[in-house]
Unconditional design. Structure first.
Length: 255
């Protein structure tokens, strides 16, 4: 993994309140779809902030990670709202033209930014077809905070670079991706391969995300979300992995 030298010192706020998932002050707040907030002590990391979600729950960020460039991943309005002065924003190299202020990381690169180690993990499709996520365009990320390794997969299938990951404490894995990618069995098998201590599913209700983007859109037939979550839980049964169900999809307002 090629490393990019240099970090950026960023001021931090007071220790955040909230529930923790362990004894080391790691607080995880699901925002919406692929948007999640991580707090460790006084540091705040925002991943894929999206204005369509309820950002009143989000805190100003010392570091922002962007996995891809559709609006529900790369939303300049949300980034600027949540960015502390001079806080670094990591973007895939292919997305830098859409957000020139970002610090580009290509697949396989790493950097230390705001005192946090960030590794860019390839995120891409195996199954051909549209929508296409080609190799090299998007990133997943592993960050290390407080000695814990947290993995955000982004939009990806279970590619060899993911299967090679080890010593992951918390993993955020996508499910129900378009074209029957990463259905519950595939996502559960990927979790078995990576072996995180804790797993969150995210980016799994594509119909909800479409309606956030276009409130007038009619609900599609889509995937039975409750059934897919239940199937995923059953497939993890007996594994030493804790599944945590985040509140990614609050009720939509009536049209």
């Amino acid at each position: 993994m090629r490393r990019i030298a240099g970090g950026i010192a960023v001021a931090v706020t007071a220790i955040a309140a909230g529930s923790t998932i362990d004894a080391q002050q790691l607080t995880i707040t699901p925002i919406v779809h692929a948007s999640v907030q991580i707090e460790y002590g006084a540091q705040v990391i925002q991943v894929d902030p999206w204005s369509a979600g309820d950002l009143s729950r989000a805190k100003p960020a010392d570091l922002i990670l962007i996995t891809d460039d559709p609006i529900h991943h790369l939303d300049p309005q949300a980034i600027r709202r949540l960015r502390k002065p001079n806080a670094p924003i990591v973007v895939p190299t292919a997305s830098q033209s859409k957000f020139p202020e970002g610090t580009p990381l290509a697949n396989g690169e790493s950097a230390t930014l705001a005192g946090i180690t960030v590794e860019a993990i390839p995120a891409y499709d195996i199954k051909p077809g549209e929508p296409s996520h080609p190799k090299g365009k998007a990133n997943g990320y592993v960050i290390t905070v407080g000695g814990q390794r947290i993995y955000f997969a982004g939009v990806t299938e279970c590619v060899p670079e993911i299967r090679a990951l080890r010593n992951i404490d918390v993993a955020f894995m996508p499910m129900n991706l378009p074209l029957d990618r990463m259905l519950p069995a595939a996502t559960a098998e990927c979790v078995r391969a990576v072996g995180p201590k804790t797993v969150y599913l995210y980016h799994y209700d594509q119909n909800y995300a479409t309606r956030l983007t276009n409130p007038s859109a009619s609900p599609g037939r889509g995937v039975d979300i409750a059934a897919s979550l239940r199937t995923f839980r059953e497939l993890l049964s007996g594994l030493p992995v804790e599944f945590k169900d985040g509140d990614w999809y609050p009720p939509l307002p009536a049209k």
